[in-house]
Design a protein around this ligand. Structure first.
Ligand SMILES: [Zn+2]
Length: 453
């Protein structure tokens, strides 16, 4: 059971309510049982006619019945074996395909990148930033990404946004937030003169502060990146500083993600017990073997350095220096991804771009998955990086990552089986989060009338 979800808490409260009603009735025999004491039944919805993609490699469930009670899936099976409960609201999707909502483990809703577009956000107030992040969260959900991890956001706005989404005040994906990245002075940042966090004491204090605010992950930047100056292969953080972050975080069940391009920095971070490695532009077989041995995670964000990213960087007005840096990194980044696949490393999907960002005819989350397939994964393996694997990385396997009984009803629908070819994701037309249809291109009018959407 995950503790972050208001919906989950509500479900537990509702489950207890009938017991409470019985106790009241037996204590006060003279009084009729009050109808108010019984909790209203949870809404029951059912999806019929669609096929459920099998993420374990077996045959799909054809012509399935998916029963959803409240925000959870309660039954999945072939029609004839699973009954449609009386009174259930039915969503008929004959011949379509269902898969779990996509989970993107590396995105920043308040993303700023070097380019003329950055001038628009230069004087952004806290309120404007929070609104911009909320809009990106909503667009991400509608693009099929129902869960995100946000490794690095500004001015602590992500924590308030997460709470607003969990309460149902605003539509967006489930968020596993990190707060501001922990960057040493001169380290990876789009602001080269960044006054950073230096030494184990400062790292410990900042890690504690972020956990207090609600961070479920701590982001550290252990080398430079595309969006900064300086040598990407250099190791910027000391092992002592990295250990300070993992020590404090792990005491609270919080994990640590490291931005890295550098083999040396990554080897140091493995010594310090870092849990996930982001980008990995220059990582090689030796490093990936050690990541594998440590059972740590790799989040490629391959989409940021490949051909489709160039149109994006031109759009945001990036300088020639920056475009050259993307090109320079692209080839080794691709080789790193292939090395990770070859060495059977735990890979979780992350795009670094907004999940909804247009990229080569689709959106960044989907393009990222397609690129894994192009780099050598099977379609099934690639889809698992955004569903089964990501749920495991978050420690949320009980709740997320499968269209199966007990999980949240976070479901996407498309025209073909994405475990045979991930390009099927391009035909995505329907998104459901927690049992609520938030997008349905076949029947757009049905969506606007429900809940907060
Ligand atoms: Zn990033």
């Amino acid at each position: 059971m995950i503790s972050h979800s208001g919906a989950a808490r509500a479900l537990r409260v509702r489950a207890l309510a009938p017991l409470f009603a019985i106790a009241v009735a037996s204590l006060s025999a003279a009084r009729a049982q009050s109808p108010e004491a019984a909790a209203p039944p949870l809404p029951v919805r059912v999806i019929t006619g669609a096929n459920v993609a099998n993420l374990e490699g077996g045959a799909p469930i054809r012509n399935a019945v998916v029963v959803i009670t409240g925000d959870r899936i309660t039954a999945v099976g072939p029609a004839g074996q699973v009954q449609v409960p009386a009174g259930a609201k039915e969503l008929r999707l004959p011949g379509k395909w269902l898969a779990p909502g996509l989970m993107n483990m590396h995105t920043h809703f308040g993303l700023e990148l070097p380019g003329t577009a950055m001038l628009d956000t230069q004087n952004e107030t806290d309120g404007e930033l929070a609104l911009r992040m909320a809009i990106n969260a909503r667009k991400s959900l509608l693009a099929g990404t129902t869960t995100v991890r946000t490794p690095g956001e500004q001015r602590d706005a992500i924590f308030g946004l997460k709470r607003a989404i969990d309460r149902g005040d605003y539509p967006g994906p489930r968020i596993w937030p990190a707060g501001a990245p922990i960057v040493p002075t001169g380290g990876h940042s789009s602001k080269p003169l960044y006054d950073g966090i230096d030494g184990a004491e400062e790292v410990r204090k900042e890690t504690r502060r972020q956990i207090l605010l609600g961070a479920r992950w701590i982001k550290i930047t252990i080398s430079r990146g595309i969006a900064s100056t300086g040598d990407i292969a250099a190791a910027d953080m000391t092992i002592d500083e990295m250990r300070a972050a993992t020590d404090i975080a792990h005491r609270q069940g919080v994990k640590v993600a490291a931005h890295t391009g550098s083999p040396q920095a990554t080897l140091d971070a493995l010594t310090a017990g870092v849990d996930s490695f982001e980008h990995g532009y220059f990582l090689n077989d030796e490093v990936f073997r050690k990541i594998k041995a440590a059972n740590a995670w790799y989040v490629p964000t391959i989409v940021v350095s490949q051909e489709g990213a160039m149109e994006f960087f031109r759009k945001i007005g990036s300088t020639p220096f920056y475009l050259a840096r993307v090109k320079m990194v692209g080839r080794s980044h691709w080789a790193a991804l292939q090395s990770a696949i070859r060495n059977d490393v735990n890979i979780a999907m992350g795009s670094d771009q907004f999940p909804w960002e247009p990229n080569q005819g689709t959106v960044a989350s989907i393009r990222e998955i397609e690129l894994y397939q192009e780099a050598g994964m099977t379609a099934l393996q690639a889809l698992r990086t955004a569903t089964v694997n990501t749920a495991r990385m978050l420690g949320a396997e009980a709740d997320l990552g499968q269209v199966a009984p007990g999980k949240y009803a976070d479901i996407i629908a498309m025209d073909a089986d994405p475990t045979r070819d991930t390009r099927a994701l391009r035909s995505l037309f329907l998104v459901m989060k927690g049992g609520e249809v938030v997008r349905n291109d076949l029947d757009p009018g049905s969506v606007a009338k429900t809940g907060i959407y």
